[in-house]
Design a binder for this molecule. Structure first.
Ligand SMILES: [Fe+2]
Ligand SMILES: [Fe+2]
Length: 135
């Protein structure tokens, strides 16, 4: 799988969130590199555990801001976050239990979901956050 990074067109102009979004791609690339270069399941599992923590932290950052500024569509957004977090957790668990490997289909799905979420869902809160001084 080719390496990916946060495309400039996907930047929201909010530093803390753009930084976190970029980290998703860094973790994905590290996961792929640990798998293809080292073939090291333990290393991949470590990065996957970091990804589980990352997803939790990132979604929490957005949700705290949504709550603070009373973002009207918060519930729908939170549901999407929860679904993705569950998928990542499940992937981690299955990988650790050696039920699955790091296949292109799963990795592609994660990248696609995240990219699409940044492109379509996250921009919806940007105006509200910026109006409240989040830069
Ligand atoms: Fe996000
Ligand atoms: Fe989000």
């Amino acid at each position: 799988m080719e390496t990916k990074e946060l495309a400039p067109g996907l930047c929201l102009g909010i530093e803390v969130i753009d930084g976190q979004h970029a980290r998703f791609f860094e973790l994905m690339n590290r996961m792929v590199a640990s798998d293809t270069l080292d073939g090291n399941r333990e290393l991949v599992a470590e990065v996957l555990a970091e990804m589980v923590a990352y997803v939790h932290d990132h979604f929490q950052t957005e949700e705290e801001l949504m709550e603070r500024f009373e973002y009207p569509d918060m519930m729908a957004h939170v549901v999407k976050h929860a679904q993705f977090a569950a998928i990542v957790e499940n992937f981690h668990e299955k990988y650790v239990n050696e039920e699955i490997g790091l296949d292109d289909e799963v990795m592609g799905y994660l990248v696609e979901w995240f990219t699409e979420h940044i492109r379509v869902e996250d921009p919806k809160y940007v105006e509200l956050f910026k109006a409240n001084g989040v830069v």
